[in-house]
Design a binder for this molecule. Structure first.
Ligand code: NAP
Length: 484
């Protein structure tokens, strides 16, 4: 399909109780193309009344959905997987239009997102419990795992489909109903996804979509509604803290996938080719706008200069452009605010004495492009090393010992992922154990995989998405005691 056709095909309303409808107030929210700054289309701008209606629809569907045969829940996910696979190109174009990254990256995200549907279609039929004899023989102990109930799922703009699929997949498999609130910058991929889930046979009310420009105001009242049982949030640590605190008013189940500040460690014995390749992926995937993005590079002193110059050479060669152009390597950042924030961090480091090997500023012209940037000799008090960059900027610092590297890696309130390059197996395992993160990329720059438990520790959050663990976020364990 053409750009105009994919935009025309996507529903623009709220999905509530199986029906697409405008916002009760009639308000609409403009969606912008970050490569041009122009409006692509408008979608419904939901209010607190719409949110209440969406939760009511989810609550009404919950009892029947929880006892819907697991095989059928799985088969709906599987049918959606097939539909998405067949429509990857159109969905990728839609995603690139609203989010900016290249078509190749959008296709990769759609494949990644879709794997969660396939994985959880298989998990839906494995919701077992256990049967045991109590140690003194007096009782039998039975456990069963049951759907948590209606969920509020809030997602960010950086992965417009995958962050939602990682929640909707397990929620559907577990028998939960839900209200999804996608980011206001990128609602279109989630709207297209919801239409596909409906086409795949998901009953009305199981998945409700609430697009809005007033996230806080619109979702806040839901936390007082006793029908809401869970919130799963992916986004910044700042907003996550607030939502987690609010959720405690009614002691809701909570999953939090928050910000990151991933260290990328290159030891003296590393394969330098592999490290540079890994760095390109860990740094530039999603234009650097990933919670898993390598935020800072700690390189053994003897390798630091060569690593920096090779990385700078590779980053300098990247072609910036509108994501829809076939030869684009790197699209724009999501908006002007994000671009200003990236530049503020670069300017802060340069002001403190960091050297610029390549890049160092925004690209002139329309759109929110930022030149791929490599900085060396970055002083340890630079904000770039402690704050999440969310852009194509690689600050490099050197270290002299393993202890120094681990200490620097852990010197952050975040704990999502770390990358580690070494050929020494003992060191690889020793350092992996010492890193304070939920995930480690060992000699590779990408950890995301639907079959793996994705998630962080410290202020990167709690709970896991994907893997055997992912469905547990949507299940409660009930224990039944009976006499022998
Ligand atoms: P954000 O500003 O925290 O927003 C995330 C979502 O929360 C959006 O849908 C947003 O709606 C909504 N929101 C904002 N304020 C809210 C409130 N008071 N109550 C309820 N919802 C609210 O994050 P972002 O800028 O979109 O995304 C980037 C962040 O996400 C980064 O920090 C990144 O590391 C993190 N992230 C983490 C993971 C992970 O798995 N750990 C994955 C991807 C991204 P609006 O769009 O209307 O503002």
């Amino acid at each position: 399909m053409s750009e105009a056709e994919v935009l025309a095909a996507v529903p623009k309303g709220l999905l509530i109780g199986g029906e697409w409808r405008p916002a009760a107030s009639g308000a609409r929210l403009a969606v912008e193309d970050p490569a041009t700054g122009e409006t692509l289309c408008e979608v419904a701008d939901g209010s607190a009344d719409d949110a209440a209606a969406a939760l009511a629809a989810a609550a009404a569907a919950q009892v029947a959905w929880a006892v819907h045969p697991p095989r059928e829940r799985g088969e709906i996910l599987r049918r959606a997987f097939e539909l998405i696979a067949a429509r990857t190109d159109d969905l990728a174009l839609l995603m690139t239009l609203e989010m900016g990254k290249s078509l190749a990256e959008s296709r990769a995200e759609i494949t990644y997102a879709n794997e969660f549907l396939r994985w959880f279609s298989e998990e839906a039929v494995r919701l077992d419990g256990r049967y045991a004899t109590s140690p003194n023989g007096a009782n039998r102990l039975i456990t069963m795992r049951q759907a948590v109930g209606p969920c509020l799922l809030i997602t960010p703009w950086n992965f417009p489909l995958a962050m939602g699929a990682r929640k909707v997949g397990p929620a559907v498999a577990a028998g939960c109903t839900m209200v999804v609130k996608p980011a206001q910058q990128t609602p279109l991929s989630m709207l297209a996804f919801a239409a596909i889930m409906t086409e795949a046979g998901l009953p009305p009310g199981v998945l409700n979509i609430l697009t809005t420009s007033q996230a806080g105001k619109v979702t806040d009242p839901l936390f007082d509604d006793p029908r809401l049982r869970k919130v799963s949030f992916t986004g910044s640590t700042e907003i996550g803290r607030r939502i987690a605190a609010r959720a405690m008013d009614r002691v809701l189940r909570v999953s939090m996938e928050l910000g990151g500040n991933a260290p990328f460690l290159v030891f003296e014995d590393a394969d330098l080719d592999a490290a540079v390749e890994g760095a390109m992926l860990a740094k530039l995937r999603n234009v650097g706008e990933a919670c898993t993005a390598a935020n800072r590079f700690h390189v053994a002193a003897p390798l630091a200069d060569e690593f920096a110059s090779r990385l700078a050479e590779r980053m300098k060669a990247l072609r910036l452009g509108r994501g829809t152009e076939p030869d684009t390597d790197l699209g724009p950042l999501i908006d002007q605010t994000q671009r200003e924030k990236v530049h503020e961090l670069v300017a802060d480091a340069v002001g403190r004495g960091a050297k610029t090997l390549t890049g160092g500023g925004p690209l002139d012209g329309p759109g929110y492009f930022y030149r791929p940037t490599v900085l060396t000799d970055v002083p340890s008090d630079s904000r770039l090393l402690s704050e999440e960059v969310f852009g194509p900027v690689a600050p490099i610092v050197s270290f002299d010992s393993e202890d120094e590297a681990v200490e620097a890696a852990n010197k952050t309130e975040y704990g999502l992922v770390a990358y580690l390059f070494t050929r020494d197996l003992a060191r690889a395992l020793r350092v992996s154990e010492r890193l304070e993160t939920g995930m480690v990329g060992l000699n590779q720059g990408l950890v995301s995989n639907a079959a793996a438990p994705f998630g962080g520790i410290k202020q990167s959050g709690f709970g896991r998405e994907g893997g055997y663990e992912g469905i547990n976020e949507y299940l409660s364990t009930k224990y039944v005691a009976l006499p022998s």
